[in-house]
Design a protein around this ligand. Structure first.
Ligand SMILES: Cc1cc2nc3c(=O)[nH]c(=O)nc-3n(C[C@H](O)[C@H](O)[C@H](O)COP(=O)(O)O)c2cc1C
Length: 196
């Protein structure tokens, strides 16, 4: 009774949502991606810096190039998912800060003139946005299969550049047959929350 989100939405986003390992061949359209992005772009980031970048791997040729960088156990699902996205952190996100923070354009130079500072901020905030993105995929009635089991340097070289750090690869689609591993337990509240 403490949650205001209706229980069907709670199930869709959390309780019944699972990490999919197989998919049907129903396509994921650009319209669905647009709807997901239009929702999750409102998730908060520090200074509104919004450093997440998403590479949609749509062509069979690009898919083949990606699959070869995936860990062996991740290859079949990455080869067969209707849509695969490479999520990366833009370490040069400060270039967009005047657009993103119009009431404080000095932030770009005052806080983010140094690359190591930007890399740290981009890692934290783009990873946060990756979480929002997974929830957005679920909100579209789709399943996500996030993966960090891949050759990061290989994916960066093949698809990105020195300014973009790969974070994860996500398979997206409707879950197929035997899509789930058994649900693993979660920590109890008192293992996680300390009140001081
Ligand atoms: C950042 C991240 C990386 C992951 N990497 C892999 C991976 O490389 N291979 C894989 O099979 N599952 C991977 N997973 C899936 C997790 O094991 C799975 O989401 C977790 O066990 C929860 O499963 P559930 O959503 O079905 O409860 C990853 C998940 C996340 C969020």
């Amino acid at each position: 009774m403490s949650l205001v989100l209706d229980s069907a939405a709670q199930d869709l986003l959390f309780r019944e949502a699972r990490t999919a390992n197989t998919f049907t061949d129903e396509p994921v359209t650009d319209e669905q991606v647009q709807a997901i992005y239009d929702l999750v772009k409102y998730g908060p980031t520090a200074f509104n810096q919004s450093p997440l970048r998403i590479t949609l791997v749509r062509s069979p040729e690009a898919r083949e190039r990606l699959v070869k960088h995936m860990a062996e156990g991740n290859q079949p699902k990455t080869a067969s998912a209707p849509l695969v996205a490479i999520l990366s952190a833009d370490n040069e996100f400060h270039e967009e800060l005047p657009q993103l923070l119009p009431h404080f354009p000095q932030a770009k130079d005052a806080f983010f003139s140094e690359r190591p500072v930007r890399e740290q901020a981009a890692l934290v905030n783009a990873t946060l946005q990756a979480g929002y993105f997974i929830m957005g995929v679920r909100a579209a009635g789709l399943a996500a299969g996030p993966m960090t089991g891949f050759d990061f340097a290989g994916v960066q070289k093949e698809f990105l550049d020195d300014d973009h750090t790969p974070l994860m690869v996500i398979n997206i689609g409707k879950p197929g047959d035997n899509a789930w591993f058994p649900r693993s337990p979660r920590l109890e509240l008192d293992q996680v929350i300390t009140t001081v």
